[in-house]
Design a protein around this ligand. Structure first.
Ligand SMILES: O=C(O)c1cccc(O)c1O
Ligand SMILES: [Fe+2]
Length: 295
């Protein structure tokens, strides 16, 4: 069993570094920590970064989770290899590029590249947010997979993940600490990053951000709404090259693990992911729950 302590970062390729960084800073509100000719690192909390852009082909390169130490990393490598996966060890330069001490990489059964890292650099300086979006932290990441049930089996068999809620067989919300989910899998045609989430401090931040995004002509994909699963008030919007961002406030915590009963929501219901039944504007690259076809 591989014990994940936290989510680490999303690493994304971009064909237009300046535009990707401009959006992450000026629109999302993240702090630009470091920028070179072909790299940019952005942060939302005390992690050195939770999002990095690499100049080149656009598209997600990896999603990272944090393990406790190098012995756990070695055990993870063994377990994944025994499960038949190909695992590669990052060399010193690659680790430095990720601001971690050590890492391994593998592809999940659907081709999502996952990195398991040890000692992600912590930056104690308060985050110098580019915009007062109210961000408190990198909240969760959501991967795509064609078979969400199989993804659930993979992530719960080899990792300390538990399902918190299902949305039919099209979405699975997973936890590894008291937060309702820091990882999710949504049905998609192939591998991919469905979205990355940032928690904001208040419901007012969600609504202020909504107005800010609309005033600036940003494509709102869905929300403001309230997820019936985590209870969070959310807003999805689209960044350059199809990267979907989510702000949310008020995610539920599951303090009594043993007492939690997994729930199974019907994706055909109009309130499957938004109890307010608000409009949606999701496009082909996004998971489209059957009940949410453009209304
Ligand atoms: O927060 C949630 O419950 C949630 C539900 C459906 C889809 C999501 O992205 C979520 O974050
Ligand atoms: Fe989400």
């Amino acid at each position: 069993m591989i014990t994940i302590q936290d989510i680490g970062y999303v690493r994304s390729g971009t064909a237009d570094l300046a535009t990707a960084v401009g959006f992450a800073v000026d629109v999302v509100g993240l702090e630009l920590v470091e920028r070179t000719a072909d790299r940019a690192y952005l942060r939302a909390d005390n992690r050195h970064h939770c999002l990095s852009f690499v100049a080149g082909e656009s598209g997600v390169l990896a999603s990272a989770f944090v393990l406790a130490d190098e012995d756990r990393l070695a055990d993870a490598e063994t377990e994944l290899e025994q499960a038949g996966l190909t695992v590669t060890r990052g060399d010193k330069a690659a680790a430095a590029d990720r601001h971690v001490r050590e890492f391994i990489a593998f592809e999940d059964p659907f081709g999502n590249v996952v990195e398991l890292v040890v000692d992600q650099k912590e930056v104690p300086t308060p985050v110098n947010f580019a915009r007062a979006a109210g961000i408190t932290e990198f909240g969760h990441l959501c991967l795509d997979a064609p078979d969400v049930r199989a993804a659930y089996r993979f992530w719960t068999r080899h990792f300390n993940m538990k399902v918190s809620d299902w949305i039919g067989d099209v979405a699975c919300l997973l936890r590894f600490d008291p937060v309702h989910h820091k990882m999710a899998v949504f049905q998609g045609a192939g591998p991919g990053l469905c979205h990355m989430n940032f928690q904001v401090a208040t419901i007012d931040d969600v609504m202020r951000n909504w107005n800010f995004l609309r005033d600036n002509g940003i494509e709102i994909e869905q929300g403001p709404g309230r997820h019936p699963q985590s209870g969070a008030v959310f807003l999805y919007f689209k960044g350059p090259e199809g990267l979907t961002y989510e702000y949310s406030y008020g995610v539920r915590r599951i303090e009594d693990d043993a007492a939690w009963r997994v729930r199974y929501f019907d994706p055909a219901e109009p309130d499957a992911i938004d109890m307010w039944r608000g409009p949606t504007n999701r496009c082909a690259s996004q998971p489209q729950l059957p009940g949410l076809a453009a209304r």
